[in-house]
Ligand binder design. Sequence first.
Ligand code: GFB
Length: 311
Amino acid sequence: MIARDAKVYVAGHRGLVGGAVTRRLARAGFSRVVTAPRERLDLTRRDEVDRFFEAERPDVVVLAAAKVGGILANDMYPADFIRDNLLIQTHVIDAAHRFGASRLLFLGSSCIYPKHAEQPLKEEALLSGPLEPTNSAYAIAKIAGLEMCRAYARQHGFGAICAMPTNLYGDDDNFDLATSHVLPALIRKFCEAKARGDARVVVWGTGTVRRELLHVDDLADACLFLLDHQTSSDPINVGTGSDLTIAELAERVRRAVGFEGAIEYDRSKPDGTPRKVLDVSRLTALGWRAQIPLDDGIPGVVRSFRERAMA
Ligand code: GFB
């Protein structure tokens, strides 16, 4: 268990994951959490990262800073995704080790697993087949980060641990329709369509592919649990263990919003990987499971989107 007076650096505290982790740490009584906004610390610059670590010397690092986006952003800007993620994670993992952190939590993604791996996805499926092309640049950066953690653990005895979360959602998500993930996009589309009195909402792809969704507050809780209990640097999946089709997800958002029009599918947009549900038995065996059902999570995000963006 980590001492609650340990100095913890949360990288990426303004993001969906970093914000939730920062709040969870505060609730658990951590009194020395440090953060740095991008204007003050550019994690893609090694000199800035080294200077920050030299000055702060955190005991624990949560690496929640990353360039992330939905299927279209990943597909359109693969160079940005691989460059920024490789730079950020290389600098932070290396500096954490050199400046004496005892523990680092690296966050990967369920897209590290092969496109046609057996479902639910077990941790052992890593590197057993080709990746989904729409996000292979991002996935390879995340696989490199995971391998770097394992290498630093093996060679230097560095206390890195690696969580692989499934698709995430939450109040502070990115709601920009061009770059967001599916759930915030659907919430925005249905809320705006209802407000305008539109007759229909357009959903990308065929609607038949399946996704698993985890509320970011559940992920933050799992992060703290892993910091306290996990010792191996091998990846550990974090999810709910159940999934649904995009059409079912759209229907749940439609109901939560109270939109009465039609749903249409734009098949010119990519579907991405056909299915991506995690096997969470490793984490369950350690004693953690998700607490926020999708039917509570979706209305919560709908409420907060309406308050923040449509007031
Ligand atoms: O969430 P999403 O963008 O990413 O899309 P991935 C999931 C599915 O929802 C795809 C469909 O089949 C989309 O075509 N979809 C339907 C929509 N309507 C929409 C919409 O309006 N916006 C979006 N964005 N999708 C990402 C990866 O894959 O998942 C990242 O690209 C990362 O690397 C992330 O791993 C967790 O689940 O396909």
